[in-house]
Design a protein around this ligand. Structure first.
Ligand SMILES: Cc1cc2nc3c(=O)[nH]c(=O)nc-3n(C[C@H](O)[C@H](O)[C@H](O)COP(=O)(O)OP(=O)(O)OC[C@H]3O[C@@H](n4cnc5c(N)ncnc54)[C@H](O)[C@@H]3O)c2cc1C
Length: 596
């Protein structure tokens, strides 16, 4: 079960058929995005992930990373470093980076498909390039030209990697608490001091230099989030002309021993007056870091999707092979001692749940990443502003829901294996353990839910949501006369109307009592995710019905959409009831009485 075959057919269906990406890329003038080139990229990524990364996933989990106590050096699991060398030499580190910095300038939405394959084949390994991609985005948007020349180019070429250093022992979700200090020096450098914890890829053996992007406070900075600045601190001291010096005063003090992703090193990083450079404006570091965090949030959403799909693939293979019991409606495999698991309705419920959430989730995230392509490349300011609003609205849904669904799907897929899922051989328990981190890092589910309801809906008055509702409404209007789609379009229109009403109702309550936002937010996130997926399932059926697709795909999409509308979408009613019960149900028990 430790083999991986990328779901190329569904990726191409989502990207090119449902989302019509080729037309978008042509309109945006992305010269490199020719269909034959993109097909070749996807096919080669499928080969690399199947042949190089997937075989390292289980051994990487078993061996993990090791820190040398004498030198602080970290050794990644066997094969990881060599795979990274092949990856960098193949130009993959710069797949979507601008040509002017040595990249291949391909669209981010194509890159997202490649990323899904990296994550699905070997989540631990894929974390290293993930952080480099985030650092690339931050430097591309906020770095000075010399910083881009000296630091961005080697990250894009894969010669160096990047990290994101936010978390401190006392400061996780609430970044306003952070204490790391940066003292300005006469030569325009800064001396950065403090302890960062949980730093992914903080030390490793892939590359000589590692570029740490560090949040810290200047001496006169105001308290809270308004006093945070962003600094670049290289592992090897690096002059403005790119000349490398000796070791900077930054070191890995220890590494964490974790529930999952054992091959992805998680470091305590000690900065002891390390030489660094300011990125962007003083006290505006959070804005710059948000560029990186938003990229990383979509990327972690993709991790969730990847694990759901991988778990589904494994469970499907097993359910077809494993013989247990007879079908309740009559024997299906009379030549065999028992029927395969896949005949049993409840096995089908679990498999279909994974299939519906993974394939629908793929559209949800690729649509969000298309907004990044528009935002970065459109010449039309109005179109960019619209994409920005839509992306802001979709990002917490993508991060929050795809990672929650990854936990649900890995749970169901493991269950399909029975006790064989609980032992190591089939790799299912590893997927379940690895999935658990995705709802925690890059902003927990609770933080995504607060961002969605508190900020994107209440504070920003739902501008992004209105754009998304507009897409659904125009889809429903376009297909209202299509009888074959009524079973999807009519309930979609109805739940969309209810979503709008519920949003207004919660917004009103929140104006009177802030706790109403916190009490409703996670249910609201789930509710929004399920309605969004209903839209993507209805659009999938409309796409296959429009013709030109093989019969098996048409039948599979319609049957899965039916399952989604019948068995998953109704979950929204439970979430709506929970939201309507209000904050008092949660807040009335005095904190001192929880153990009474
Ligand atoms: C393996 C791993 C890798 C990581 N990689 C990195 C990295 O590369 N760089 C980096 O900077 N950090 C990294 N992190 C840190 C990660 O981003 C944090 O763990 C995460 O942001 C949560 O912070 P915390 O653990 O301090 O939890 P806390 O913030 O203490 O939260 C505890 C619980 O309270 C909830 N909570 C907190 N505030 C609220 C609120 N206002 N309303 C409702 N609920 C709330 C949270 O959802 C959570 O359930 C990593 C962590 C791990 C485990």
């Amino acid at each position: 079960m430790n083999t991986y075959e990328a779901p190329l057919r569904d990726m191409k269906f989502a990207l090119f058929d449902v989302l019509q990406s080729q037309a978008l890329y042509d309109r945006l003038g992305i010269a490199s995005a020719q269909r034959d080139t993109m097909d070749a990229v996807l096919d080669e990524a499928a080969r690399f992930t199947r042949d190089v990364l997937a075989p390292l996933a289980q051994s990487g989990d078993e061996v993990g990373c090791e820190r040398d106590p004498a030198t602080g050096a970290v050794r990644t699991p066997p094969g990881f470093r060599e795979a990274y060398r092949q990856f960098a030499e193949g130009g993959w580190t710069g797949l979507t980076a601008p040509e002017s910095f040595g990249g291949q300038d391909l669209p981010e939405s194509l890159g997202a498909c490649v990323k899904e394959m990296l994550d699905a084949s070997n989540l631990s390994w894929s974390n290293y390039p993930l952080l480099s991609h985030g650092a690339t985005e931050a430097l591309k948007h906020h770095g000075e030209p010399w910083q881009q020349e000296v630091f961005l180019k080697p990250i894009i070429s894969g010669a160096w990697t990047g990290t994101m250093c936010l978390t401190e022992p006392h400061c996780g979700s609430d970044l306003g608490l952070l204490r790391t200090r940066a003292e300005p020096q006469a030569d325009d450098t800064y001396k950065v001091s403090g302890t960062k914890i949980f730093i992914t890829g903080g030390e490793h053996d892939f590359t000589d230099n590692i570029v740490h992007l560090v949040l810290a406070r200047l001496p006169d900075a105001p308290a809270g989030v308004k006093g945070i600045s962003l600094f670049l601190v290289p592992k090897l001291r690096t002059a403005r002309d790119g000349t490398l010096g000796g070791r900077n005063a930054v070191a890995c003090g220890s590494i964490e021993h974790k529930m999952g992703i054992h091959g992805s090193v998680t470091c305590v990083m000690n900065f002891d007056g390390a030489e660094g450079y300011l990125i962007g404006q003083p006290n505006k570091g959070l804005n710059a870091m948000f560029t990186m965090m938003n990229t990383a949030r979509l990327a972690v959403g993709l991790q969730g999707l990847a694990l759901s799909d991988r778990a589904y693939q494994n469970a499907l293979r097993y359910a077809r092979d494993r013989l247990q019991g007879r079908s309740l409606s009559g024997t299906k495999a009379p030549d065999k001692p028992a029927d395969p698991l896949i005949v049993h309705p409840d096995i089908r419920r679990m498999l279909l749940t994974c299939k519906a959430l993974a394939e629908g989730g793929r559209l949800l995230v690729l649509h969000a990443v298309q907004q990044v392509d528009i935002l970065e490349r459109s010449q039309d300011a109005g179109e960019r502003a619209a994409a920005d609003e839509l992306l802001g609205f979709l990002t917490p849904i993508v991060k929050g829901m795809l990672t929650e669904w990854a936990n649900e799907c890995t749970y169901h897929a493991l269950q399909c294996f029975g006790g064989h899922g609980y032992v190591r051989e089939h790799g299912m328990e590893q997927l379940a353990r690895d999935a658990r981190i995705t709802t925690l890092y890059e902003g927990t589910t609770q933080i995504q839910a607060l961002d969605l309801l508190g900020r994107k809906i209440v504070q920003l008055q739902g501008a992004g949501m209105r754009r998304f509702l507009g897409l659904i409404q125009s889809f429903c209007e376009q297909h209202q006369a299509d009888a074959a789609l009524h079973e999807f379009v009519l309930p979609l229109a109805e739940v969309t109307r209810q979503w709008g009403e519920l949003t207004i109702e919660i917004g009103r309550k929140a104006a009177a009592n802030g706790d109403e936002i916190g009490a409703a937010s996670v249910d609201y996130l789930f509710y929004s995710g399920y309605v969004a997926l209903a839209y993507w399932w209805a659009r999938s059926v409309a796409t296959v019905d429009a013709g030109g697709h093989p019969e098996d795909l048409r039948a599979a999409k319609r049957a899965t959409a039916r399952f989604y509308f019948a068995r998953i979408l109704p979950r929204i009613h439970g979430h709506a009831a929970a939201m309507r019960s209000g904050a008092a149900v949660l807040q009335s028990l005095d904190a001192a009485l929880f153990d009474s």
